[in-house]
Design a protein around this ligand. Structure first.
Ligand code: HEM
Length: 356
């Protein structure tokens, strides 16, 4: 169960089983999340919580968790529903619903922008950054981090003078309160990370979920009658079409791991997507079964880096699905051309999904 495959071309290891993916993600003592030894100022994301090991990680996580609480997220539910309804209303005039562009993509961007406290007139700017951060142009990616750094620096300054009821203020207050807190750049890195980590992943979750339901008309009918199946549908989509397919780690020091001789600095790729289809853990893994219980998928990771936004992502997906089932009698695509997958090995998602 602990098999790791070595690839001499890239001098890296890959693991696919549920057991080994879970163990490696959780084992920060042997597998580091810090990909760069000294993250540069140009890339605040590289210095962010996602890419730090303890003790720095623990310090950041406890500060950030104070701002990003269950209470803050739960309070967003009615507002998320309104945003989803508005997006669906806007699309209604077109005669078809393009699930990705009309709903799944704008929803998480608007939600996180509102949570952070970004004024609505800056929404377009924000959406542009969010797209460029996951795009393929590295120069633009770096430039974008610089623009966002400048932008958030000003927003933080404003809140120092006049605190507001938003996440930027909460992050600033909890993270920069004393000498043991975070630097301004670290808080900015956190704000940027929330965009990078949360937007495309949630978009892909929502779109994949509708794709799975479109091919199960009977299940969709059941869901319309029984909304209690919605949370299980979200969980099963996370397992079946894990939005994050692969997570990376770096071997900290030469060691023997399960009979494999791993060397310091080598990359280890954990295939989260494959782990969700491991038949030793999931009975009949090729079946999309919304009643699967328990459903111990690893879509949000495992251990100290477990996704900070899991609760928000689940909430957005549930609200999006309930808005759809309340409006659409049956899901039917406008054509039968094959769906196109996003061009990424790291992520799973579809480019478009057009419904009648
Ligand atoms: C971490 C997946 C949505 C913020 C992670 C990790 C995974 C993940 C696998 C662990 C990375 C690792 O172990 O190295 C997802 C998926 C999402 C999603 C599949 C949507 C379906 C969100 C949202 C936010 C968010 C909406 C915030 C608004 C974060 C942050 C971390 C993280 C800050 C780093 C936590 C840490 O290092 O302690 N996510 N995520 N994610 N996620 Fe998410």
């Amino acid at each position: 169960a602990g098999a790791a495959l070595y690839d001499p071309d890239s001098d890296s290891w890959s693991v696919y089983t549920h057991d080994s993916v879970k163990r490696i993600l959780a084992d920060y003592e042997h597998f580091s999340s810090q990909m760069q030894e000294h993250p540069s100022e140009e890339e605040p994301i590289e210095g962010s919580i996602l890419r730090r090991d303890p003790p720095k990680h623990k310090q950041m996580r406890s500060l950030v968790a104070k701002a990003f609480t269950a209470k803050v997220i739960e309070a967003m539910e009615p507002r998320i529903r309104i945003i989803a309804e508005e997006l669906l209303d806007r699309a209604a005039g077109a005669g078809y619903l393009e699930v990705v562009g009309d709903l799944a993509s704008p929803l998480p961007v608007i939600v996180i922008a509102e949570l952070l406290g970004i004024p609505s007139e800056d929404r377009a700017l924000f959406k542009g950054w969010s797209d460029d951060l996951v795009g393929k142009d590295y120069t633009r990616y770096l430039q974008c981090q610089k623009e966002m750094t400048d932008y958030f620096r000003i927003r933080i300054e404003e809140r120092r003078v006049r605190p507001q009821d938003d996440l930027i203020t909460a992050l600033m207050q909890s993270c920069m309160a004393d000498d043991n807190g975070l630097s301004e750049l670290e808080v900015i890195g956190m704000c940027i990370l929330l965009l990078v980590a949360g937007n495309e992943t949630t978009t892909n979750l929502i779109a994949s979920m509708i794709m799975c339901l479109e091919s199960s008309p009977e299940l969709y009918k059941e869901l319309r009658l029984d909304h209690s199946l919605i949370p299980g549908t979200v969980e099963e989509t996370l397992r079946f079409c894990s939005p994050v397919q692969i997570m990376e780690r770096r071997v900290k020091a030469d060691m023997n791991w399960n009979g494999h001789s791993m060397k310091e600095g080598q990359r280890v790729y954990t295939y989260i997507g494959a782990s969700g289809h491991d038949e030793h853990v999931f009975v009949d893994p090729g079946k999309f079964d919304v009643r699967r219980s328990p459903n111990p998928h690893l879509a949000f990771g495992q251990g100290i880096h477990f996704c900070l936004g899991a609760m928000l992502a689940r909430l957005e997906a549930k609200v999006a699905l309930s808005a759809i089932v309340d409006r659409i009698d049956s899901l039917q695509r406008t054509g039968d051309e094959p769906l196109e997958r996003l061009e990424s090995d790291m992520m799973f998602g579809i480019k478009q999904l057009r419904l009648k």
